[in-house]
Design a protein around this ligand. Structure first.
Ligand code: NAD
Length: 530
């Protein structure tokens, strides 16, 4: 039984959006009902047909108008994001608005080139024929997104899927639906009617949308939900991308510049209050610099300026950290810290949050092991577990000792060693002497391995993920029968064998090959099926 079929007795019919900064209600929005979902899907299919027949230059023109809308309305967008996420304004500007424009700019150039029909070679077996690849849309793509980067997560797959010729139905997180933002954007941004439609609701709404049989599901969220989404897609064979959680390791070797690396690690761990799927959560520091590195890390962590429920973070850009967006995440984060302390870990800095607030101070915890949740499960908050290693081999082993495989970072002046370690890590992405720079580059594909999911967003692979990559083989209407068509004869068999031996053998025998090929050709001209 899918979630959509399950009894819906406890499902609220309205989402109440609250500010993570103050706890006050921002607005309410009704869950989409079955009729609404039906109508949305019908409109999406109609739009898909129109977008598929649109030229790529027209799609690019529309995406460009979306980009200008974003730039012209950036302050409005930031206000809308901050009202629902409580993140710092700088985080929202750099990681959501600026990054989205970066992605659009890259894909406006990449899509027309990559989506052109491509001629490819035809092998000897099919001599005289032609082959090409044609990139066609899938139809309607369902995007289900989380609450940590609600604008970015909604727009980036939308842009790529639309450029590939699809219509999009977006189901944003019930924690951050961003309704005022999507309403204005859809009215003003210049995309084709119903190219993008937004459906509000919780996981049941997501499940009902999957039951409406979109042509693809692009899911970003937790591992638990990803497994359910995949199971629900399976009976209908709906293709699915799963962009799931992570527990990113950072490996710091003893030859680094301390000040720079501490600052990089600090940002990688605490940006958006650690609520990034690729936040640096497990830090492995080589024993020679462990004490001095951790001392400086604690010092710099104490200098981070967090907003408080009393401070007005929403207007200015000079707070480093904001609030935890989802109230339930606060509980998870505190449970991880508490369990680690009970099992012998030591909190070096951080501390209890102000009662009733969703602000957790940046926290460094030492003496963590992989037997603790803090060392193994996704914490998704401003907490770093610091551990010590001796050798390169041990660092790789510790970093790979995880069910997750999303991102990682390696810090060393020795770039040869850093690249070697990057290749040995079982993850989808690795940054060297930085953290998350792979995500920041739209030319690079992004995604995970192991429990972090599969499928890629961004990069060429990410664009092709929204295409039916269609192969077309072209033959002439001549008067010849192909060698591999009926009737099969002993003569043809022997000639085929000669072709195999003369062409693919250790020494190519051109004379034998050409003689056999000409003979085969002349049989094809004469041969008729009786
Ligand atoms: P979540 O899995 O609870 O929810 C994500 C979205 O899925 C929401 O819109 C939710 O309504 C919907 N959903 C949940 N269960 C569903 C179901 N059974 N069927 C259909 N829809 C369902 O995750 P969250 O708490 O909103 O987000 C945090 C998680 O997302 C973290 O684990 C984080 O690492 C992950 N994340 C991953 C990436 C990535 O690119 N790999 C990016 C951002 C966040």
């Amino acid at each position: 039984m899918s979630i959509a079929e399950a009894p819906r007795t406890v499902v609220p019919t309205t989402i109440t959006v609250r500010s993570p900064m103050t706890g006050k209600v921002v607005y309410s929005v009704a869950h989409a009902d079955a009729d609404t979902i039906d109508q949305v899907m019908q409109r999406a299919r109609k739009a898909a047909a129109a977008i598929a027949s649109m030229s790529i230059s027209e799609r690019v023109r529309q995406i460009e108008s979306l980009k200008y809308w974003i730039v012209d309305n950036s302050e409005f967008i930031l206000d809308a994001i901050l009202a629902e996420t409580g993140k710092s304004r700088f985080d929202a500007l750099s990681s959501e608005v600026f990054s989205v424009c970066d992605v659009i700019e890259v894909f406006m150039k990449m899509a027309p080139k990559l989506l052109q029909d491509r001629k490819v070679k035809t092998p000897i077996f099919l001599l005289g024929k032609k082959s090409r690849i044609s990139y066609q849309p899938l139809g309607t793509v369902l995007m289900i997104t989380p609450w940590n980067y609600p604008f970015y997560q909604g727009i980036v797959p939308t842009v790529t899927a639309f450029l590939a010729g699809n219509s999009i139905v977006l189901k944003p997180s019930e924690v951050t639906p961003l309704k005022p933002l999507w309403d204005k954007l859809l009215k003003e941004c210049g995309l084709h009617t119903d190219a993008l439609q937004v459906v509000y609701g919780g996981r049941e709404t997501g499940a009902e949308l999957i039951d409406a049989r979109p042509d693809k599901v692009h899911f970003t969220g937790s591992v638990a939900a990803g497994k359910k989404v995949m199971a629900q897609c399976a009976p209908h064979l709906i293709p699915v991308d799963l962009e799931l959680g992570g527990k990113d390791p950072g490996i710091v070797f003893d030859d680094v510049d301390l000040e720079r690396t501490v600052n990089g690690v600090l940002w990688g761990s605490f940006t958006t209050s650690g609520q990034a799927c690729t936040s640096l959560e497990r830090l492995y520091v080589q024993e020679g610099i462990y004490d001095s590195f951790v001392k400086l890390l604690v010092e710099r962590t104490r200098q981070i300026r967090s907003s408080t429920p009393q401070s007005d973070n929403s207007r200015c850009g000079n707070f480093d950290m904001g609030a935890i967006t989802a109230p339930y995440q606060v509980t998870t984060i505190e449970n991880h810290i508490q369990e680690a302390v009970e099992k012998g870990a030591k909190v070096l800095c951080g501390g209890p949050r102000e009662k009733g607030s969703q602000h957790i101070p940046p926290t460094i915890v030492a003496d963590v092991t992989h037997q603790m949740k803090l060392g193994s499960e996704e914490t998704f908050g401003p907490v770093v577990a610091v551990m010590k290693f001796k050798t390169e081999q041990e660092a790789v082993q510790l970093a790979n000792e995880s069910s997750y495989g999303l991102g990682a970072s390696v810090w060393s002046r020795d770039l040869k060693r850093a690249v070697r370690v990057a290749k040995a890590l079982k993850t989808g992405n690795v940054s060297i002497n930085n953290h998350m720079i792979t995500q920041a580059n739209p030319c690079l594909p992004f995604g995970g391995v192991k429990h972090s999911g599969f499928g890629r967003i961004k990069g060429e692979d990410g664009l092709l993920a929204f295409c039916n990559v269609k192969s077309i083989g072209i033959d002439k209407q001549g008067n010849k029968i192909d060698p591999h068509w009926y009737p099969f004869t002993v003569e043809k068999y022997n000639l085929m064998n000669n072709l195999l031996l003369s062409y693919f053998g250790r020494r190519r025998n051109w004379i034998k090959f050409l003689a056999s090929a000409l003979k085969m050709d002349s049989i094809g001209k004469k041969q008729k099926l009786k």
